[in-house]
Design a protein around this ligand. Structure first.
Ligand code: NI
Length: 132
């Protein structure tokens, strides 16, 4: 059974959504919300799945403490989950690591938490999908 419900949307979000609807050719707000909810599920499905695969992107400042060594140490702890890593030197101080992973949700979550906890990390973004 489909369900109908009211949604509260603040003014600024409403304006932005209407602008996107016009540009993207969405006629109905219901369709837009359905698509947003489906994306939400894809985005979060890995969190409730037993096994995930994907990419963790990290930008960090290599001048801060021992961040380079610490990042290497963390990666060696997750040797079974890390498939490959690409290091890109962005500028004089900043480096970007792209870590390709596959493993249990629990282990990948731990890995992300450990990287996030290191001093010198500027940004961490992950794109993980359910591997089951
Ligand atoms: Ni570098």
């Amino acid at each position: 059974m489909p369900e109908k419900f009211g949604v509260y949307i603040p003014e600024d979000l409403r304006r932005e959504i209407e602008r996107y609807m016009k540009t993207l050719g969405f006629r109905s707000k219901s369709r837009l919300i359905q698509e947003a909810l489906r994306l939400f599920i894809v985005e979060h499905k890995w969190q409730v799945s037993g096994e995930v695969a994907g990419v963790i992107g990290v930008v960090y400042n290599h001048d801060v403490g021992d961040v380079d060594k610490e990042l290497t140490d963390v990666q060696h702890k997750y040797i079974d989950e890390i498939i490959s890593t690409v290091h890109v030197h962005l500028d004089k101080e900043r480096c970007m690591l792209t870590i390709i992973v596959r493993g249990s949700t629990e282990r990948i979550r731990e890995l992300i938490r450990q990287i996030e906890g290191l001093r010198g990390i500027l940004t961490l973004r992950s794109m993980l999908l359910s591997a089951k």
